[in-house]
Design a protein around this ligand. Sequence first.
Ligand code: HEM
Ligand SMILES: *[C@@H]1O[C@H](CO)[C@@H](O)[C@H](O)[C@H]1NC(C)=O
Ligand SMILES: *[C@@H]1O[C@H](CO)[C@@H](O)[C@H](O)[C@H]1NC(C)=O
Length: 324
Amino acid sequence: MIMAFSTGSVGHPIAAILLLGLAVTASAQLSATFYDASCPSALATIKSAVTAAVNNEPRMGASLLRLHFHDCFVQGCDASVLLNDTASFTGEQTAFPNRNSIRGLNVIDNVKAQVEAVCAQTVSCADILTVAARDSIVALGGPSYTVPLGRRDSTTASLSEANRDLPPPNSDLADLVGNFSRKGLSVTDMVALSGAHTIGQAACLNFRSRIYGDSNIAPAYAASLQANCPQSAPNGDGTLAPLDVSTPNSFDNAYYSNLLSQQGLLHSDQQLFNGGSTDALVNTYSSNAAQFSSDFAAAMVNMGNIGVLTGAQGEIRLNCGKVN
Ligand code: HEM
Ligand SMILES: *[C@@H]1O[C@H](CO)[C@@H](O)[C@H](O)[C@H]1NC(C)=O
Ligand SMILES: *[C@@H]1O[C@H](CO)[C@@H](O)[C@H](O)[C@H]1NC(C)=O
């Protein structure tokens, strides 16, 4: 028994057990002060670059937020979504939920270059993406919150996991609850995080079946969308419509008021207010912006903790698009 612990340079079994305990603790914990000593200007550098990109194009804030979601749900928040295909793996960018739809990769590359210029190979792409999501929300008027840091970057990505783990827009409520629960997120997290659809756009192919087939959609709203999204695919597949019909570039709680008037753009959006168990929470968020803000911020931190690599796991990529 004792021999089993006496491995490597750690000669004493008790020392080995203590080290093991430390390693477990370190891998379970992110810290808001992670870069305070190693890269004190990291957060300010990310914020100024992200704010400039969002001011230049408001939708970019939405695109960066979605990129973080798509990172975290596939292999955890490890920047796997940023990896280009290689000879040894096909990455996530051509998965159905990402193809022709994820945006902002070049913005992240630019932020990474600025961060590398102040602190070489110190700040992970996974942390940059997490902080960029928060800074995007703030730039569009949403709540600020402290981001736990210390994620490391994966050395691989997975097309099949991206196709399996990102919920599609035709999902029903039970599927959404199940899909988020598999990632350790509660129903409250799921409803609050869906409020991210208060910004950004979706393409016709993702809401066509809703505007021609669903009964829980306001008729005038459906008609206005049908004008630019013909019933016969692939005509108009790529035509965009705002996810929040009332205030598309403001991070507010209007998404939930839209649901009350049957103006959710995606089938999955309107599922949150369709006579089921989440109606009450949608009602609450529509009338209580402060409650939404605090639940959303807490849920973002929860989502940002999914499957993170820490300590000696993974690596700090030099270029977010490829493994070192
Ligand atoms: C609940 C399950 C979800 C489904 C089914 C879903 C689905 C979608 C779809 C289909 C689009 C449009 C993509 C396109 O047409 O290009 C979209 C856009 C978006 N999603 Fe989600 N989403 C979900 C949850 C989330 C979460 C949790 C977040 C972030 C916390 C998020 C953030 C966004 C943003 C910001 C956009 C707009 C992106 C842009 O304009 O570039 N979504 N989502
Ligand atoms: C979501 O849930 C549905 C129903 O439980 C399941 O069939 C589907 O595979 C799940 N998808 C994801 C992306 O987890
Ligand atoms: C990843 O692919 C994009 C698009 O082809 C390209 O612009 C970018 O330079 C690539 N990044 C790396 C690190 O190869």
